[in-house]
Design a protein around this ligand. Structure first.
Ligand code: AVJ
Length: 322
């Protein structure tokens, strides 16, 4: 469809101020303070993430793109013709263009993306390049149930596309809930293609989340700037510092914004007191082994239909079925 058709079809469920405020208050009220990483992705945050993917240290995006290019013919073979591709957290849509081009006669594409700006820009690129694919975009938080719009032409099956190791941003319990929801969305004959970053030398992993130019630090701190602007908090951006460390026990990057001094932050008529050195946990990025990923799948009622790995740095694509 054309860009115009795609905008006509857009479903807008993007989280509003009330939702963000409620999540921020709840997270900051916790004994161990936390803020949801999904709120990184306002227009500036999505741009900064794109910049991260071009840093020397951040290997996942370029590794996944190269792996995808190498194995797309096998993926297309395994998936078959006339699928409706549903992408969770589609971002710029760079990987999608390659996937849709490799598939046999794809019927429709539904990007589900929380950032309206990123969603619109991906449609701007994809719609003209793929005139035979019906574009049915949804602006929403994909962790909430989303009704997938029906395509005009009937699809043989749905293919959920969840690249970028975004699954890694979810704590295990939430990852299991999300994978279970995906199993329901894909249907009995559906498939899911999921990208997962794999466990490797911790030094390499930590470098990817602490790039020398400080793009990742700016990305993390942008969360506080966004909250200040959208829900009226008064975080001092110089009063918090980005810290990302790899836990070999839990196989995950744990990213915190650490209070640099004793200070008060105000939000919605409340005062949140921070001591010097107190962290706000803002992100996890899990790195999987076959065992840890298999454990999630088992609890979500999913199986591996096919599996592809890049070796150095290690990164995986998994085709999943119910
Ligand atoms: C692509 C969203 C999964 O966790 O690696 C990059 C986000 N955070 N650098 C990741 C991110 C810090 C990224 N995801």
């Amino acid at each position: 469809s054309t860009v115009q058709d795609a905008l006509q079809a857009l479903t807008d469920l993007t989280p509003g101020r009330q939702q963000i405020l409620a999540d921020a208050v709840a997270g900051l009220s916790h004994a161990s303070r936390q803020l949801p990483s999904k709120y990184f992705y306002d227009a500036r945050g999505s741009r900064l993430f794109e910049q991260i993917t071009h840093t020397r240290e951040y290997y996942p995006t370029r590794t996944e793109l190269a792996l995808l290019d190498r194995v797309l013919p096998e993926i297309a073979q395994a998936v078959g013709p006339r699928v409706h591709v549903v992408e969770l957290g589609s971002g710029s849509g760079r990987k999608t263009a390659r996937l849709l081009a490799a598939l046999q006669d794809p019927v429709a594409y539904t990007p589900i993306e929380i950032s309206r700006a990123a969603l619109l820009s991906s449609i701007d690129h994809l719609a003209p390049a793929l005139p035979d694919v019906e574009m049915l975009p949804v602006c929403a938080d994909f962790t909430r149930p989303v009704q997938v719009p029906a395509s005009e032409r009937p699809a043989a099956r749905r293919l959920l596309f969840f690249p970028g190791s975004t699954l890694g941003n979810f704590a295990d319990e939430d990852a299991i809930a999300l994978l279970s929801a995906m199993r329901q969305t894909m249907g009995r004959h559906g498939l899911a293609l999921v990208g997962i970053d794999l466990h490797k030398d911790p030094a390499l992993i930590e470098a990817a989340y602490n790039d020398a130019d400080g793009v990742t630090a700016a990305f993390t701190l942008n969360l506080l700037a966004r909250l200040n602007r959208e829900v009226g908090s008064d975080f001092d951006l110089d009063g918090f510092r980005h810290r990302a460390r790899y836990s070999t026990a839990r196989l995950r990057i744990e990213t915190d914004l650490v209070s640099q001094r004793e200070q008060d932050v105000h939000l919605d008529g409340r005062t949140f007191h921070f001591s010097a050195g107190e962290p706000i946990r803002v992100e996890y990025s899990h790195k999987y082994t076959d065992a840890s990923f298999g454990h999630l799948l088992q609890q979500a009622g999913l199986e591996v239909a096919a599996s592809w790995n890049a070796d150095d740095p290690a990164y995986g694509l998994r085709l999943l079925r119910p």
